[in-house]
Structures are given as structure tokens and as C-alpha cells.
Design a protein around this ligand. Structure first.
Ligand code: FES
Ligand code: FES
Length: 175
């Protein structure tokens, strides 16, 4: 097995929000620090740095994951999605972000990037969640400001609007 000195630099190559990126890091650098300091993707926040608060949540190959519990070298060759990828820099907000805005589901916003990345993954897998299920999913995130109720409402509202959009699509024509 290849041995890497603990202070030696190793180049990590990955896809960040669909764009190939690379930067050097030490073997023990966390993915959260690599994204922020190595790649300048500061939308991912760092709170507790031991997997409790959820602020650092990103998606690794589409699955919500704690960036502070992942080494940067483990992201080699992976597809990493961060809050910066939820909409274009100058484009409209995603429906989930719009719902957060509409329901006042953020105040200081420190927790918001991580919550959005969890919810984005969750709603793909669970398009019709109950309020209890959404609250259970959000139990992996700490928010000091909102009291959670508007966040829950924003997630349920997004799910409902997506279901309406799907139901109103025309059926494919029979041949
Ligand atoms: S900073 Fe990663 S869970 Fe808190
Ligand atoms: S909006 Fe401030 S911590 Fe959640």
C-alpha cells in the first residue's frame, strides 16, 4: 500500500457541482475544509466539526453526507454537490430555496446550506413525506434560530408543489 506522510500534499480531483476541480491537501484534511479553503466553496458551513450540527452537509454521489466526517482524500473521483449547485449564481432559486424564503425558514442562515442539501436529497427519495418524517429527517440538523416549524412547512410545501406539478403533466400518448 502506498504510504503518504501526514504533512505531505496529495492532489484530490473531484467533480464539484458538475465541474472538474482539483487542489492539494494533506491526508488528514477534512472535506469541509477542503471545499472552503482548497476550492473556495464557502457556502458549506462548519459548526461543530464532529458530526452533530449538520451545518457541513453536502451530497457525495447524490447522498447527503457530513463533510466534517469525511476526509478530502475520500472524495477523490466523487461527485460533490454543495449549496452553490442548487441554482445558477445569477439564476432563479430552486423551488426548495424559494419555499424556505416564502416560509421564513431561515434567520441567520448558518444552518441553512446543510439543511437544504439534506432536504434536496431527502425529497428525491421521499416525495410524499409526512410531517413526522420530515421532523425525523431534520433531527440531524441543529438550528439556533427558527424553531424548526417554518423549515418543516417549507419542506412539506415543496413536496406538495412537486406532486401537483407531476400530476398536472400530460399523460404520454398511447400508440
Ligand atoms: S460541522 Fe459537520 S456536523 Fe457540525
Ligand atoms: S437560521 Fe440561524 S442557525 Fe438556523
Amino acid at each position: 500500500m502506498k504510504q503518504i506522510g501526514r504533512d505531505s500534499l496529495h492532489t484530490v480531483r473531484l467533480q464539484l457541482n458538475g465541474t472538474a476541480r482539483s487542489a492539494p491537501c494533506t491526508p488528514r484534511m477534512l472535506l469541509s475544509d477542503f471545499l472552503r479553503e482548497g476550492l473556495g466553496a464557502t457556502g458549506t458551513h462548519v459548526g461543530c466539526e464532529h458530526g452533530v450540527c449538520g451545518a457541513c452537509t453536502v451530497q457525495i454521489d447524490g447522498v447527503a453526507s457530513r463533510a466534517c466526517m469525511t476526509l478530502a482524500v475520500q472524495a477523490e473521483g466523487r461527485h460533490i454537490a454543495t449549496v452553490e449547485g442548487l441554482c445558477d449564481a445569477d439564476g432563479p432559486l430552486s423551488d426548495l430555496q424559494e419555499a424556505f424564503k416564502r416560509h421564513h425558514a431561515l434567520q441567520c442562515g448558518f444552518c441553512t446550506a446543510g439543511i437544504l442539501m439534506s432536504c434536496d436529497d431527502y425529497l428525491r427519495r421521499r416525495p410524499d413525506p409526512s410531517e413526522a418524517e420530515v421532523r425525523d429527517m431534520l433531527s440531524g440538523h441543529l438550528c439556533r434560530c427558527t424553531g424548526y416549524t417554518p423549515i418543516v412547512q417549507a419542506v412539506l410545501d415543496t413536496a406538495a408543489l412537486r406532486r401537483i406539478a407531476v400530476a398536472s403533466q400530460p399523460l404520454p400518448m398511447d400508440n
